[in-house]
Design a protein. Structure first.
Length: 363
């Protein structure tokens, strides 16, 4: 008797400004199982993803045992189109697909015939009587074809191009609560942060915070302390908002000032960064709770800076929410050989992309 088959999923690739995160899962009758995860340094940080990155990526994935050439990706930063729009009532019989395409094109100053669009109806909330409210995401054909050509040259097959918000929604689905509650997801990367609001498991809001990338914080610390960026990043990940994390002693190389003085500088800078992020998140939460007339009991932090010591506690205290920092093994089963090597919160977007075939995500 066939009790269900196990299938290997595509490789989810999160191409960030400084690193590429890759995750692969297999789909079993009991749920997704983590098979591979890795983080790969970009050849040139903050430059556009190109053939050299793709070729190096393909080689690393093969050497580390990732299976197959099928991948799911997001559009590079700045290439994704998105917007919230009001459409005619569904009952009107109007061509909503065409109208949604035209509205997104108008909002992003694009040619309607040269973009790919996916959209979904938002819950009515406090504005249910005003018409059909929808959220749309898309990309320009020329940008998508350029990405496809780059990956094809590296002998990788792009199965789908997903949006970061819907990929994150797929990754955190087991933690996103009931359909009557909002959950906030804050993905904190090197070049910026993204706030995503979920109503149950549906993306209902997204906002990019270009000023809240951890890269600026690292650069500022390096300049202030007279150290290189690598040492500044070590300090930040060990000290953060609350002091030195036991077992990860700060390493102020080339710094002659008293260690506690260095830590105080790091705490002050990290706390300022956290408070700015929390201020932006508070605005987004206030809007979403009013718009959808729903409580928001939880916030999830993902991305490379999510595990900064003291950040989750600070978010929880200032916003009066449960704040968690999920890792891959909280979503996927993993055997004892895989689990210790699994990525933490920085791998959640890649995980959501890896789950694409089983999640019904938009593309």
């Amino acid at each position: 008797m066939n009790l269900g088959r196990v299938t290997m999923g595509p490789i989810g690739l999160d191409v960030g400004s400084t690193r590429i995160k890759a995750v692969q899962v297999r789909h079993a009758p009991t749920g997704p199982e983590l098979v591979h995860s890795t983080s790969i340094q970009r050849i040139r940080a903050c430059e556009e993803f190109g053939p050299a990155d793709a070729a190096r990526l393909a080689g690393v994935l093969r050497r580390q045992g990732f299976e197959g050439q099928r991948v799911v990706m997001c559009m590079p930063p700045g290439k994704l189109l998105s917007g919230v729009m009001e459409l005619p009532p569904v009952s009107s019989g109007a061509p909503l697909d065409q109208i949604a395409r035209q509205e997104l094109a108008r909002a992003t100053k694009s040619d309607p015939g040269a973009i790919e669009v996916s959209w979904w109806v938002l819950p009515g909330g406090a504005r249910a009587a005003e018409g059909t409210h929808a959220m749309a995401v898309g990309c320009r054909h020329e940008d998508a074809f350029a990405l496809l050509d780059t990956m094809e040259a590296a002998q990788m097959d792009v199965l789908a191009i997903d949006a970061p918000a819907t990929a994150l929604a797929a990754a955190v689905a087991p933690m996103s609560g009931s359909g009557g509650e909002l959950s906030g997801v804050v993905d904190i990367g090197h070049s910026g942060a993204m706030v995503v609001m979920l109503l149950g498991r549906m993306v209902v809001y997204e906002r990019v915070l270009g000023e809240c990338g951890v890269g600026r914080l690292i650069d500022g610390l390096a300049k202030r302390l007279g150290i290189d960026r690598g040492d500044a990043e070590v300090l930040l990940t060990s000290v953060g908002c609350r002091g030195v994390n036991t077992g990860q002693e700060a390493h102020p190389a080339r710094r002659t000032t008293d260690d506690e003085g260095v830590r105080a500088d790091v705490r002050a800078a990290a706390s300022g960064f956290a408070d700015a992020l929390i201020g932006e998140l508070r605005l987004s939460m206030s809007y979403a709770m009013r718009r959808f007339d729903a409580p928001m009991p939880r916030v999830l932090l993902t991305g490379g800076a999510a595990a900064m010591p003291g950040l989750a506690e600070r978010v929880s205290e200032q916003l009066d929410v449960e704040c968690r920092v999920p890792g891959l093994v909280e979503v996927c089963a993993a055997d004892e050989q895989v689990a210790p090597r699994a990525l933490g919160p920085e791998g959640m977007l890649a995980l959501g992309l890896a789950l694409h075939s089983g999640s019904g995500g938009h593309s």
